[in-house]
Write a protein that binds this ligand. Structure first.
Ligand code: HEM
Length: 414
């Protein structure tokens, strides 16, 4: 297969590992179809780094994608390009929008969040232990991984707990690639309406939180339009939930299915951070990131590719994490891999993930605490019964049912 043969990405992501392998086999940069939209997918880490720092590549469709209006009308992933925030900004606009949110996620603020994350984790684990005691099956995704990032973001944004239920579904649907256009459109509109109401609520009930800071930047200093304010909240809530849920699920899954690696982490708790990064490398929770656009034509002769002006580009993060040119035996989960943290799962360059330190802190605290509370946990079903999230973008599992080693053996013997 050549780079110009189009690989149609599976909206249900039934076999991500095989699909990524196929993509890499077509070359460092190759054509894909993403729900009916063709783009260049970049799956080689060196090419990704180059293109993510090349100012001939933009994320602003309003300036650099002439098909923008039509695409927003027909493409189920329309919200990913229609939002007006740092995620879809270029150059000076990007710097200005990112500056408003950046300080909330710096190293010091993340350190301050650690006790909060620990407290939320302990509360969730206590609830899981009680649920287990009552005889119910514990689902590590629904009961733990999904709750923790949500509670953390709500704390950061100053969102009261009663809003949580309403937020969870529309945010998770942002990552779904199984919605038709009408459902995707309604979901984006519902989410914007919900956050517009929330902004009104926060205008009346300001606090020491990021939403209040952003409202001040809008109302007091006129540094944001009302749409940019709503869309920045869409970004922070979406980026903060599903991606981190995926990381927490994937890290637990990898440790539970690799007992020797788990043993290394148990004996050396300081290795847990490395286990989280190795999971990001091997199973990036954001698999594909739409979209970027060529500001000018870009020639990549060594790849046999020329990206024409305005053509869309997608970063293939999960495929890059298993590239054999960079990672020795890339399918192997090895918590002691020396270069695991050179993965690109948080992106690279100006748009690199703002929440990366926070996400890693959450996953580290979650896994360390989980394996203390459930030292003999095992996955309750066979691995081939674990079903992936139906999403080209989000790379994780729909459920991760957990039981105790002894109980699984008893059930299997019965
Ligand atoms: C495991 C968890 C996470 C993963 C894998 C992840 C991944 C990414 C990636 C790949 C990008 C770069 C997108 C691009 O290619 O342009 C990104 C951007 C971003 N992420 Fe994350 N993210 C995670 C968690 C978070 C959290 C917890 C937050 C905040 C609460 C967050 C906030 C952001 C923001 C604001 C951006 C946009 C930055 C910009 O455009 O300048 N992320 N993330």
């Amino acid at each position: 297969m050549s780079p110009t043969d189009v690989l149609v990405l599976d909206p249900k992501a039934r076999d991500r590992v095989a699909e990524d392998r196929e993509l890499r086999s077509r070359g460092p940069v190759a054509r894909v179809d993403l729900l009916g939209l063709e783009a260049w997918a970049v799956s080689h880490p060196a090419y990704l780094k180059r293109l993510l720092t090349d100012n001939r590549v933009s994320k602003d469709p309003r300036r650099h994608y002439p098909d923008f209006e039509q695409t927003v009308q027909r493409w189920p992933l329309w919200l990913w390009i229609a939002v007006e925030n740092m995620f879809t900004a270029y150059g000076a606009d990007h710097r200005a929008l990112r500056k408003l949110v950046g300080p909330a996620f710096n190293h010091r603020r993340t350190q301050v969040m650690r006790p909060v994350i620990q407290e939320i984790t302990d509360r969730l684990l206590a609830r899981m232990l009680a649920k287990e005691k009552a005889g119910a099956v514990v689902d590590l995704r629904a009961d733990f991984a999904q709750q923790l990032p949500m509670d953390v973001i709500h704390h950061l944004m100053g969102m009261p707990v009663e809003w949580q239920k309403a937020m969870a579904e529309p945010v998770s649907k942002v990552f779904s690639t199984s919605l038709d256009m009408a459902a995707a459109l309604k979901n984006g509109e519902d989410l914007a309406a919900l956050l517009t109401d929330f902004i009104e609520y926060k205008r009346k009930h300001p606090g020491d939180d990021l939403t209040t800071d952003l409202i001040r930047a809008r109302d007091g200093e006129n540094r944001l339009s009302e749409k940019q304010l709503v869309d920045t909240l869409i970004l922070v809530f979406s980026a903060g939930y599903e991606t981190t849920v995926g990381l927490i699920v994937n890290t637990h899954r990898n440790l539970l299915t690799h007992p020797r690696q788990l043993e290394i982490v148990r004996r050396n708790p300081e290795v847990m951070g490395a286990a989280v990064h190795e999971t990001l490398r091997r199973d990036a929770s954001v698999a594909f990131l739409p979209l970027r656009y060529a500001v000018k034509a870009i020639d990549l002769p060594e790849a046999g590719v020329r990206i024409e002006k305005h053509q869309p580009i997608v970063a293939a993060y999960s495929a890059a994490g298993r590239h054999a040119d960079v990672f020795d035996q890339p399918d192997v989960f090895d918590v002691l891999r020396p270069n695991a943290s050179s993965h690109l799962a948080f992106g690279h360059g100006t748009h690199m993930c703002l929440g990366a330190p926070l996400a890693v802190a959450e996953a580290e605290i979650a896994t360390t605490s989980f394996f203390t509370a459930f030292p003999d946990a095992v996955i309750a079903v066979d691995e081939d019964q674990l079903t992936p999230m139906e999403s080209i973008i989000s790379n994780s599992l729909r459920e991760l049912p957990i039981t105790r080693r002894g109980e699984k053996q008893t059930r299997e013997a019965a």
